[in-house]
Design a protein around this ligand. Structure first.
Ligand code: ACO
Length: 448
């Protein structure tokens, strides 16, 4: 099987959002903290009408319709999510409604969970299935769906919500270069959800940033050494056209790319020019641990890598800045932003992806891009994603309304016996929404 990878994509995010500039003022944070400090513009969130199940019903239905795929042609459906609605019943089983209706119950796959990494695990499962002897010739579908909400405090502006669906098969315009993968997995308490009665995580913000950067270094090291083994030459930033990162907030993405540049400097890679070498020289003797805490290094490396960041990273930052952290969907929404911005010039280019999930699990992997054939072409995927229109169609809520919504959702989490609002005016036609949860906790959804 040749060129197994992503044939088609679609994205859905709630139409309800809050502006970071307004939230900043409402929270009493200093001006610029969320917009410049964290690098975020806007944040999407679910009202009582939507959740991870409704968003994934919406995005899969849309994917199948827009690319005219018969649900019978799907042989595997994998879900990545860290938003727990039921401790036993997988999100995948709710999604089976779409396939059952068409007489297709022969669909493998369940949910994968580990913080923001579940989507990547789901994607690897699907790709491995298509490459394996158990593949039956049909397509795989991967859905990443999450609603990221935090308790009041510094983490709250780093929430977000959305779902991404990807169709997997051979001869894909976005294919995996599987032999170069680099993985780093360890046991840490940086971000976790031990309180089963609450949707909010327990988070050690500073530790989670350091864990993210350490994981990045380790994955990059493994990725480079595999590349070198197969290609017989050193890998550096100049061997990839774009770098796409899991994006909890944009500032961390800026720091991450600078960190890759610093790695290249330490490895004496040709990607680092004279100016960069001179400015980074004073930091060359820091130990690994010291280097994560050194603010001067952070600033200097961001500054010397800035021109490369603008070229290789910036085009993938649109949706994560506008929607916020979509957890499992975040890295794929970043990739969707790249397709949106650059689809006409991506042929034969290499995109390096870095997926991180707290706890922790992380992998660096890469895609090779081709134009592909309609409907599975880069230009058609960009048209279906329809990013500009979807962003324009959003409604901005006041911070008061946002906080009120989160309060209501706190009560609704794990609750039974309630009906949701009848006002669905903000949802566009084709959107699934929750109508009620009955006395047996059974959830009911309809399509607008
Ligand atoms: N203007 C411009 N910048 C400002 C301003 C201002 N007025 N005020 C602060 N800043 C900057 C700070 O300098 C800092 O940037 P820097 O790191 O480049 O120096 C940034 O804004 C953040 O401010 P801090 O005070 O350092 O951080 P804070 O205590 O507010 O918390 C954090 C930020 C840790 C990211 C918090 O939002 C959090 O815990 N988020 C959730 C955890 C997370 O997303 N972790 C990432 C990986 S794990 C995952 O994906 C869930």
């Amino acid at each position: 099987r040749k060129d197994v990878g992503i044939l088609a994509m679609d994205i859905y995010f709630p139409p309800t959002s809050v502006q970071q500039e307004e939230l900043e003022a409402y929270d009493g944070a200093s001006k610029g903290k969320y917009t410049i400090g964290l690098g975020q513009d806007c944040m999407a969130f679910c009202t009582e009408l939507e959740d991870v199940i409704s968003m994934s019903l919406t995005v899969i239905t849309s994917l199948l319709e827009k690319y005219q795929i018969d649900p019978k042609q799907i042989g595997r459906l994998e879900v990545g999510s860290e938003t727990v609605i039921d401790k036993s019943k997988s999100i995948k089983t709710w999604l089976m409604q779409i396939f059952e209706e068409c007489g297709n119950t022969d669909v493998e796959g369940v949910d994968s969970t580990n913080a923001c990494y579940g989507g990547t695990a789901a994607l690897f499962n699907c790709v491995n299935w298509v490459e394996s002897s158990s593949w039956d010739g049909r397509y795989g579908v991967v859905v990443c769906t999450d609603s990221a909400v935090y308790a009041e405090g510094p983490a709250r502006p780093t929430g977000g919500a959305g779902a991404i669906a990807m169709l997997i098969g051979p001869n894909a315009p976005i294919s995996f270069e599987s032999k170069y993968r680099g993985t780093h997995m360890t046991h840490v308490y940086d971000f976790y959800k031990p309180n089963l009665a609450s949707e909010y995580p327990v988070v050690d913000g500073k530790l989670s940033q350091t864990c993210y950067l350490m994981a990045l270094d380790s994955c990059y090291k493994h990725f480079c050494s595999k590349y070198e083994k197969f290609e017989g030459k050193q890998f550096s930033i100049s061997d990839a056209d774009y770098f796409v990162f899991h994006s909890p907030y944009n500032k961390l993405v800026q720091k991450s790319f600078a960190r890759l540049y610093f790695n290249d400097f330490l490895r004496s890679a040709s990607s680092v020019e004279k100016d960069g070498r001179e400015k980074l020289e004073p930091f060359s003797t820091l130990t690994g641990d010291e280097s994560y805490q050194n603010r001067e290094l952070e600033k200097t490396s961001q500054q010397v890598a800035k021109h490369l960041y603008d070229e290789k990273v910036q085009p993938s930052t649109l949706l994560p800045k506008q929607i916020g952290n979509m957890y499992t969907a975040s890295i794929y929404a970043a990739f969707a932003s790249l397709l949106h911005n650059k689809h006409s010039t991506l042929v034969n280019q290499r995109v390096v992806m870095f997926s991180y999930g707290s706890g922790l699990s992380s992998t660096m992997f890469s895609f090779k891009l081709q134009e592909g054939q309609h409907p599975f072409s880069l230009s058609n995927i960009a048209a279906v994603l329809n990013v500009s229109e979807k962003l324009k169609a959003r409604h901005v809520f006041t911070p008061e309304k946002f906080v009120e919504t989160l309060k209501l959702m706190e009560h609704r989490y794990g609750a039974k016996d309630f009906v949701t609002s009848k006002d669905t005016s903000l949802l566009s036609p084709g959107t699934f929404y929750l109508t009620n949860v009955d006395h047996m906790y059974r959830r009911y959804y309809v399509k607008k």
